[in-house]
Design a protein. Structure first.
Length: 382
């Protein structure tokens, strides 16, 4: 945070001294500052979630779910700022992040410890509810892509998203996500109870185990937790503003294609998931890390994407006549990204349908699909 703010102050001082830096240097500085501050926001929000879980004595999965949801805040704020610069780039960031996280899940699954059959058995709650959510994502993506394809390929007057379209889609996806989270947490709790009964663990043993897990973050006062939350939220807004400054400079001054800018920003948009994944894996908490890697796909699809659509709809209703990209057109990039959700989710679902993580061949398949999609998007999306 200190480094990011110091760089921000240095750039501001140069501007006050009327020292004009090249646009590419300024844009790189904005991006670096934004990433540094957003990393602070992610770490602060994750730390706050751990301390809340320690006070409430929640189990691992509930704690990881809370941390994952809180850590999406910097991503949501950054996308919200980018909408004012380029709504199409903001939507592209959310969609490309889904593919990025699917790729990260595939890579991480390969490095998990395996049993004699070469598998790392996933929690049943994840395989059941998560698989259903992959089916839902594939269905929504194919329906949206096909409808857009029909409209674009015919003489239909509708060639863009209306405000009602964006709001309705976002509300439907939020509803699916709320049901999914309820089923997921309840399913995991039931599975954990069954495991404890099989191991004949008493409630005192369970409490002692959780105390050992949270011993590094116990004793934190409510005021300290609130302070960390405020720090994380403040850093999220500061970092998001710098990310939007990078996007504005890259698109307006460097004339970089909005799709290429969005693909670049999407590479950093999943930072929160990667931070949680690394911290959990380093501690040997593989189930939490795996659930977070998988949640990076489902949460972006049914939390970040609908938020982006809802924010674009609200922005369009407020400033729609003032922005050149609104109403949001059925572009080639958006059409491709929605349509390609179906094959991506279908292949991923088929590879994990036997409750195991991905092996070398599975990882190679997903990596090839990811590279192919990004290549098609950058080549023909614009």
């Amino acid at each position: 945070m200190i480094i990011g703010l110091a760089l921000w102050g240095a750039l501001a001082a140069l501007e006050l001294l009327a020292i004009e830096l090249p646009a590419i240097v300024r844009s790189a500085g904005f991006l670096l500052i934004g990433l540094l501050i957003l990393h602070t926001a992610c770490d602060a929000l994750i730390s706050a979630a751990e301390r809340i879980a320690a006070r409430k004595r929640w189990d691992h999965y509930v704690a990881a779910t809370l941390a994952e949801m809180l850590s999406t805040l910097p991503e949501l704020v950054a996308i919200g700022f980018v909408i004012a610069v380029s709504p199409e780039a903001a939507l592209t960031i959310a969609l490309v992040t889904i593919y990025n996280n699917a790729f990260v899940f595939s890579i991480y699954s390969y490095f998990l410890p395996k049993n004699q059959r070469g598998r790392y058995v996933m929690p049943q709650a994840v395989t059941e509810a998560g698989s259903q959510l992959l089916i839902a994502g594939a269905g929504i993506g194919s329906v949206m892509g096909l409808v857009m394809l029909v409209f674009v390929g015919t003489d239909q007057p509708k060639q863009a998203f209306a405000i009602a379209d964006l709001i309705l889609l976002s509300l439907l996806m939020f509803g699916i996500f709320a049901v999914y989270m309820t089923v997921l947490v309840r399913g995991y709790a039931s599975e954990e109870i069954a495991v404890r009964e099989a191991l004949d663990m008493t409630s005192e043993q369970v409490a002692a185990r959780r105390s050992r897990v949270y011993e590094a973050v116990t004793g934190t006062s409510s005021g300290a937790i609130a302070l960390v939350l405020v720090l994380g939220i403040s850093a999220a807004f500061l970092g998001g503003e710098r990310i939007s400054a990078f996007a504005r400079t890259a698109i307006d001054e460097l004339e970089i294609n909005p799709i290429a800018t969005a693909v670049l920003l999407a590479a950093f948009a999943g930072m929160s998931e990667y931070v949680i994944l690394w911290r959990a894996h380093r501690k040997g908490q593989y189930r939490i890390a795996l659930a977070n890697a998988f949640g990076g796909i489902t949460q972006v699809m049914f939390l970040v994407l609908p938020f982006t659509m809802l924010a674009i709809g609200i922005y369009q209703g407020t400033f729609g006549t003032e922005h050149i990209e609104l109403p949001l057109a059925f572009s080639h990039a958006t059409l491709l990204l929605f349509l390609l959700l179906f094959p991506t989710f279908f292949v991923l679902l088929e590879l994990i349908q036997e409750d195991h993580t991905l092996g070398p061949l599975d990882t190679a398949i997903m990596a090839a699909i990811f590279v192919l999609i990004i290549t098609i998007l950058l080549t023909y999306g614009a």
